[in-house]
Design a protein around this ligand. Structure first.
Ligand code: MG
Length: 458
């Protein structure tokens, strides 16, 4: 983790607790973060992992040593902590969480005073302080304080309810099954839904940092128990969260699991119907559905590189009020421009209540695509060159090269080819109106990539 002058990955600092991410390292990172903020008041909170209380105490020590006052919010969903920053006028936040990573991992997320994670430029400032050993240790009478911050989860839930027609949702008496991943979603979502008149059945709702029931990433293969429960209790909706409750995946009343860009497209459709001509921000890895909906309902899609922090920053820059990712991240800027699983759940219920339609029906009304995936091995040192060649060879086609190469074809099919950030390979995602066409695209472009890689090797 410390082989280069880099601490931060795509979503904060991550590592295996007590191996890569030790209390000693966490305290030093805390000091570097505190030095970056130059004192001030920072909210600190954490997820349900076994290592979170230990690492949180170490980070707080480092922040205090650098002169920062800490408002300690305890265990809470990441979006509740982000909302608290703005709501309490704090200078920022430090969140101890590894989101959807396996149980042995933990991480440190740094949030600016707008509730959004800091930019890459700001991360570099912290990395420079850390690697140059420029941490500030203040005089004994300037050491920061720790105060408890009570009630942020209630404030967060109240804020969410203001953005939907809670009275209309209440009339419907929806039955919702919540799969809280044995983590922090359990602290907010069941109560939020009961407050809106829903009957709530929970699974995996006991806090347990070993994540005994399922991995903390809400992938379809991890959600079979939820799908079964939705059918068994005849619920209207099922929703599963990741380890820090910023991502949510939805299951319709028939027990069918829907991937994130589909539910995002549904939210987008009604958002644009009610707010025409708005910009919608989404990573280039999202489905063409997102563009179809924007075209049909007078919106404009702004494609970004893949990464939730990039979506948030782009929304802020463009004053866009909606963003979404294929992995179940929905960013509702009227509430906050960060992904928020509780807000997403309230939005889905709001659409069901306003339209008086079931989720399967609402999703069935969206354009349909078939998705196929593939991968091609590629030595890491060739990735850049391969990308250059690919861009060269696809000139003249309808492409976007913001992150890898995405090509859209006349028949509404598309393919995205991106070098993996961590493994020696290229990943391919094809989408088409028929399964065969999607498969054909994967085959054709795998061959094309292999040819390019082969020619560069020789
Ligand atoms: Mg997360």
């Amino acid at each position: 983790m410390l082989t280069s002058r880099r601490l931060f990955g795509t979503n904060g600092i991550r590592g295996v607790a007590n191996k890569e991410l030790t209390p000693e390292l966490a305290a030093n990172i805390g000091s570097a973060i505190g030095t970056f903020f130059q004192a001030g008041n920072l909210i600190v909170g954490h997820d349900a992992r076994t290592s979170s209380p230990m690492l949180t105490k170490a980070v707080i020590s480092g922040l205090n040593a650098a002169g920062c006052n800490v408002l300690f919010a305890g265990m809470a969903p990441t979006p509740a902590l982000q909302y608290a920053v703005k709501n309490h006028g704090a200078d920022g936040a430090v969140i101890i969480t590894a989101s959807h990573n396996p149980p042995e991992y933990n991480g440190i997320k740094v949030v600016w005073n707008d509730g959004i994670e800091i930019s890459r430029e700001q991360e570099i400032e912290i990395e420079n302080i850390f690697f140059d050993g420029k941490m500030r240790y203040v005089e004994w009478d300037k050491i920061g304080t720790v105060q408890k911050l009570i009630g942020i989860i209630d404030e967060y839930m109240e804020a969410i309810k203001k953005h939907v027609d809670a009275a209309k949702i209440r009339e419907k008496h929806y039955h919702v099954v919540v799969d809280a991943a044995n983590s922090v979603a359990t602290l907010a979502v069941p109560k939020l839904l009961r407050d809106m008149g829903c009957k709530v059945t929970t699974i995996n709702a006991n806090i347990d940092g070993t994540f005994p029931a399922r991995p903390p990433e809400p992938r379809p293969e991890n959600l079979k128990d939820l799908a079964l429960t939705v059918r068994a209790v005849d619920a209207d909706l099922g929703v599963a969260f990741d380890g820090d409750a910023d991502r949510s995946i939805f299951i319709d009343e028939k027990g069918e699991i829907h991937w994130g860009d589909k539910t995002f497209a549904l939210v987008e459709k009604y958002f644009l119907m009610w707010n025409p001509c708005e910009k919608v921000v989404s990573p280039i890895s999202s489905s063409t559905l997102v563009k179809d909906i924007a075209d049909a309902y007078r919106g404009e899609v702004v494609w970004t590189k893949v990464g939730s922090v990039i979506v948030s920053h782009t929304m802020k820059k463009l004053n866009a009020r909606l963003g979404g990712e294929e992995n179940g991240g929905i960013f509702y800027g009227l509430h906050q421009a960060v992904r928020d699983g509780g807000m997403a759940t309230a939005l889905i219920l709001n659409i069901m209540a306003e339209t008086d339609k079931k989720l399967s029906q609402l999703l069935g009304e969206l354009p349909k695509y078939f998705i196929e995936k593939g991968k091609v091995e590629c030595p890491s040192e060739l990735k850049e060159k391969v990308l250059e060649r690919l861009i060269e060879q696809t000139k003249g086609l309808n492409t976007n090269t913001i992150d890898g190469v995405k090509i859209w074809f006349e028949d509404k099919s598309s393919i995205l080819m991106r070098p993996s950030g961590t493994e020696p390979l290229y990943r391919l995602y094809a989408e088409a109106k028929t399964k065969n066409r999607a498969k054909e695209l994967i085959n054709d472009f795998s061959l094309k990539l292999k040819r390019i890689i082969g020619s560069l090797k020789s």
